[in-house]
Design a protein around this ligand. Structure first.
Ligand SMILES: Nc1ncnc2c1ncn2[C@@H]1O[C@H](COP(=O)(O)OP(=O)(O)OP(=O)(O)O)[C@@H](O)[C@H]1O
Length: 520
C-alpha cells in the first residue's frame, strides 16, 4: 500500500487533491490533509487563504470541484450538512446561522432530525452546556444574546449531535480570555474522548497552546505542516503570510486637540429584558486621541456603540456631542453628516448586506454623507455608478482586500477581507470621529496590524477614535487612553502609558476607583 494511502487508512478524515473553483478563481487548490483520531489540528492561513472554503467542503456546504474525501477509511461524498452530521462531523461556523426571533432551544431543535420535544432539547442543552462549561439559558431569545453567547449555542448544537470530528472556524475571536480558557477545557475533554477537532484560528498563541499539529494554507494551497509547539508565533505568522508582520506604531506622547466626542451622564434603559442598561456614561475624546474601551462581552459594549452611532438615538440631544454639535436625538446618517463614521461588531447583516456588491454596500452606508460625490444633482438624484465603483475599488486597493472578482458580493469575501473593506469604507471619508466595535474580529495578523495602524494614523491626523474591543493586545497597541466597561457602566479613562493588564482587568471587573492610576 503506498504511504499516503496508509496514512489515509489510519486517519479519521483524509482529503486528497481537494479543489474548489468559483468561476476562474481557485479558492482551494489540490489540498491534502489528514486528521487523526483524538487530535486537535489547526488550520492556519491569512484571510482569503481558503480555510473556510475547505471546511465548508468537509461539512457538505460546498461541493468540491474535484478531489477525494475519505472518512474512517471509506471514500465518501459529503453532499449536505445533514450527511456530514450523519457521518459524525459537527461544525461551528464563523458566521452563525441562528434565527433571532427564536429561543436557543428552538434554534437547536431546527437542526435535530430526531423530532425531540423543545423541552427535552432544552434539558439536554442545559446538561451539555453545564458539562462542558458553556453556560447557556435554553429559553433566552437569540436576538437578546451577545455574539459570544450565540457562539455557545452553535457549539452546544454541534455537541448534541455527538460528533467524532468537530470543526471550529475561529471560535475564540468573539470570546473573552476566560471564556476562551473554558473552551480549551471543552476541547481537551473532547480530545480525551478520542474525538478530533479541526481548529481554524488567527490567534497563534492559542494554536501553540492547544493544537497537536497544524496545516498552513496560502493562496488555496498547503504550504506547510508543523508541530505548532515547536514554532514561535513569529515563525507561524511568517509561514502564513510569507513575510514578517509589521508592528503598530502608536501615538503615545502626542498632544491632543479639541474635544470631538463628549458624552455627559448618559443613561439609557435596556431595550429588551436581556440587553444592558447604560448607567451614567461620561466620556471625552479629543482630536488625536484613541480611547480603547475594554470589557467582557455583554457588559454594554453594543448598547454603547448603538447610542454613540445613533442607531438608537437618546432623548436628550445634549447628552452626546460629536464634533462640537449636540447629536443625541440624531440618527446614524445625520451623525455621519456631522463628520462621524461607525463600524459595528457584526459584519454580515449589520455592517454589510451580504447579497449586495461591495460598491452597493458603499453607497448604502454613504449615500447621505457623500451625496455630492455619489449622486447627480437636480431632482432625480441619479446614482453615479462610475464614481461609486471607483471609490469601492480604491478602498479595496488601499486596504489590500483580496477578492475573486471586480466588484463581488459581500458574501463572497472571506470574513477578514470583508472587515478590511468595511473599515476602509469609513476611513476613506477621513471622519473626524470614528467609533469601531471589535475592529479585527477574525482578521489575520498581517491585516489586523494594517487596520490598527490605520486607526492610529487617523487619530494622528487629528480625528478622535473610540475602539471597543475584547482583545487586550489590540487595546494596548492602538490606545492613547483606556477605559473599562462593566455592567453598563464606563470607568474613567486612564493614559495608556503606565496601564497594565492587571489594572485593565480591575476596570473590566467594575473596580472603577482604581488605586494608583490617575484618570484624565
Ligand atoms: N461563493 C464564493 N464566490 C466567489 N468567491 C468566493 C466564494 N467563497 C469564497 N470565495 C473566495 O475564495 C477565497 C477564499 O475564501 P475563504 O473564505 O475560504 O478564506 P479564509 O481563509 O477562510 O479567510 P478568512 O480568514 O478571512 O475567513 C477568497 O478570496 C474569497 O473571496
Amino acid at each position: 500500500m503506498p504511504h499516503s494511502q496508509e496514512v489515509a487508512q489510519a486517519s479519521l478524515l483524509s482529503v486528497r487533491g481537494l479543489t474548489k473553483r468559483f468561476g476562474d478563481f481557485t479558492a482551494c487548490d489540490g489540498i491534502d490533509l489528514d486528521i487523526r483520531p483524538g487530535e486537535i489540528h489547526a488550520l492556519l492561513g491569512e484571510n482569503g487563504a481558503g480555510k473556510s472554503t475547505l471546511v465548508k467542503m468537509l461539512f457538505g456546504v460546498l461541493a468540491p470541484t474535484y478531489g477525494a474525501i475519505t472518512w474512517q477509511g471509506e471514500m465518501v461524498d459529503i453532499s449536505s450538512p445533514a450527511k456530514a452530521r450523519q457521518l459524525g462531523i459537527g461544525m461551528v461556523f464563523q458566521h452563525f446561522s441562528l434565527f433571532e426571533a427564536l429561543t436557543v432551544a428552538e434554534n437547536i431543535a431546527l437542526s435535530m432530525a430526531d423530532g425531540s420535544s423543545i423541552s427535552a432539547i432544552a434539558e439536554k442543552a442545559r446538561d451539555l452546556s453545564a458539562a462542558y462549561g458553556l453556560p447557556l439559558d435554553p429559553h433566552a431569545h437569540v436576538a437578546d444574546l451577545s455574539v459570544g453567547e450565540r457562539q455557545r449555542i452553535e457549539i452546544v448544537r454541534a455537541l448534541l449531535q455527538n460528533p467524532r470530528l468537530i470543526i471550529l472556524d475561529e471560535p475564540t475571536s468573539v470570546l473573552t480570555p476566560q471564556e476562551a480558557d473554558k473552551l480549551f477545557e471543552t476541547l481537551e475533554k473532547l480530545k480525551a474522548e478520542d474525538r478530533s477537532v479541526l481548529y481554524i484560528s488567527h490567534r497563534l498563541e492559542e494554536v501553540q497552546r492547544i493544537c497537536d499539529r497544524a496545516t498552513v494554507l496560502r493562496h488555496g494551497k498547503v504550504t506547510g505542516a508543523c508541530d505548532p509547539r515547536l514554532e514561535t508565533p513569529g515563525s507561524l505568522a511568517r509561514m502564513m503570510v510569507g513575510s514578517e508582520v509589521a508592528s503598530v506604531t502608536s501615538n503615545h506622547g502626542q498632544a491632543f486637540g479639541q474635544k470631538l466626542i463628549e458624552v455627559k451622564n448618559l443613561s439609557a434603559a435596556a431595550r429588551t429584558p436581556f440587553a444592558m442598561t447604560l448607567k451614567d456614561i461620561s466620556l471625552t475624546v479629543r482630536a488625536g486621541e484613541v480611547l480603547g474601551i475594554a470589557g467582557v462581552a455583554g457588559n454594554g459594549q453594543s448598547e454603547l456603540f448603538d447610542v454613540l452611532s445613533g442607531e438608537y438615538p437618546v432623548q436628550d440631544q445634549d447628552a452626546i456631542h460629536l464634533c462640537g454639535r449636540p447629536v443625541g436625538r440624531l440618527g446614524i446618517n445625520r451623525r455621519r453628516l456631522v463628520g462621524a463614521g461607525f463600524v459595528p461588531e457584526e459584519r454580515h447583516g449589520h455592517a454589510a448586506v451580504s447579497a449586495m456588491a461591495l460598491s452597493d454596500n458603499l453607497l448604502l452606508a454613504r449615500h447621505r454623507s457623500d451625496a455630492a460625490r455619489f449622486l447627480s444633482g437636480g431632482a432625480l438624484r441619479l446614482i453615479r455608478h462610475g464614481a461609486v465603483k471607483a471609490a469601492a475599488a480604491g478602498i479595496c486597493r488601499d486596504m489590500d482586500v483580496r477578492k475573486s472578482g471586480e466588484d463581488p458580493t459581500a458574501a463572497s469575501l472571506s470574513g477578514g477581507n470583508l472587515q478590511k473593506f468595511i473599515i476602509g469604507r469609513e476611513l476613506e471619508r477621513r471622519p473626524q470621529v470614528l467609533v469601531v466595535n471589535q475592529p479585527t474580529w477574525g482578521v489575520d495578523a498581517g491585516a489586523a496590524s494594517r487596520i490598527r495602524q490605520a486607526l492610529v494614523d487617523l487619530a494622528r491626523q487629528g480625528s478622535a477614535v473610540v475602539v471597543i474591543s475584547q482583545d487586550l493586545d489590540e487595546i494596548f497597541e492602538v490606545s492613547t487612553s483606556i477605559a473599562g466597561i462593566s455592567d453598563g457602566r464606563l470607568s474613567a479613562s486612564f493614559p495608556a502609558e503606565g496601564m497594565t493588564r492587571e489594572k485593565i482587568g480591575l476596570l473590566m471587573g467594575g473596580l472603577h476607583g482604581m488605586e494608583g492610576a490617575h484618570a484624565h
